[in-house]
Design a protein around this ligand. Structure first.
Ligand code: ATP
Length: 207
C-alpha cells in the first residue's frame, strides 16, 4: 500500500459499467493512489438527466461491481446527505476523515469538463482537491477556455495538467438502460453481477 492519495469518483452510476471501472483503475494506477472510492450521487445537481433507479439500487449495483476488489470502496455519504450532492461537501467530508496531508483526487470523464462551470463553488473545489480528467470517446478536451470566467488561469492549468491517458471505452449508462429496456443483452457492458441484478429486478424496463 502506498500513501499517494485517494481517488474519489462520483457519478449517477445508473448503472455503473465497465467504462467507469476501467478508467478508474487506469487513473488509480497512473496516480498511484492507495484506493478508489466510488460515490453514487443522490441528486446530481449539474446533470439534467436525473437518475432512473432508486438510490438503493444504484448503491447496490455499485457495491456488486467491485465486491472483492481491494482497490475499491463504495461510499454512501452523498446518499445519506439531504439535498443535492455537492462535490465540495463530499471532498470536505473525506478531508475530515483522512486529514489535511492526504492528496484527494476527483475523477471526471472528458464530457464533464464543460459542466464544471456549473458546479457549486468550483473555484474552491479545485483548490481543495485535484480534478483529474479521463478521456472519453466523442468528447474533445478543448472546453477548458470555457472555464475562464469562473477559474483563475493557474487553476485551469492545474486541471489541464491532470488529464490522464486512460483507455477510450465507448460505454454509457444511457446505452445500457436503452438495451435493457429493449430486452437486448447487457452482458460485457457491465459486470456479470450488475447485469444479473438489472435483469432480475427488471430495471430500466420503462425506458
Ligand atoms: P449517462 O449515460 O446516464 O449520462 P454515464 O455513463 O455518463 O451516464 P455517469 O454515472 O453519469 O455515467 O458518469 C460518472 C462519471 O464518469 C462522469 O464524470 C462521466 O464523465 C464519467 N464516465 C462515464 N462513462 C465514461 C466512459 N465510458 N469513459 C470516460 N468517462 C466516463
Amino acid at each position: 500500500m502506498n500513501n499517494n492519495g485517494i481517488l474519489l469518483f462520483g457519478g449517477t452510476f445508473d448503472p455503473i459499467h465497465h467504462g467507469h471501472l476501467i478508467i478508474a483503475r487506469a487513473a488509480a494506477e497512473q496516480l498511484q493512489v492507495e484506493k478508489v472510492i466510488l460515490i453514487p450521487s443522490a441528486q446530481p445537481p449539474h446533470k439534467t438527466n436525473a437518475a432512473v433507479s432508486t438510490t438503493k439500487d444504484r448503491l447496490r449495483m455499485t457495491q456488486l461491481a467491485v465486491a472483492g476488489d481491494t482497490l475499491f470502496e463504495v461510499s454512501d455519504c452523498e446518499l445519506q446527505r439531504r439535498g443535492p450532492s455537492y462535490t465540495l461537501e463530499t471532498v470536505r467530508y473525506f478531508r475530515g476523515l483522512y486529514g489535511a496531508e492526504i492528496q484527494l483526487y476527483w475523477l471526471i470523464g472528458a464530457d464533464s469538463v464543460g459542466e464544471l462551470l456549473s458546479w457549486y463553488r468550483i473555484e474552491q473545489l479545485v483548490d481543495e482537491c485535484i480534478i483529474v480528467t479521463a478521456s472519453r470517446p466523442d468528447y474533445h478536451l478543448d472546453q477548458f477556455s470555457a472555464l475562464q470566467p469562473a477559474l483563475k488561469e493557474k487553476q485551469i492549468k492545474r486541471i489541464k495538467k491532470h488529464i490522464l491517458n486512460t483507455p477510450m471505452i465507448d460505454i454509457s449508462a444511457t446505452e445500457i438502460r436503452r438495451r435493457a429496456g429493449q430486452n437486448l443483452s447487457i452482458y460485457y457492458l457491465t459486470t456479470p453481477k450488475v447485469a444479473n441484478y438489472i435483469i432480475n429486478r427488471r430495471l430500466y424496463k420503462n425506458e
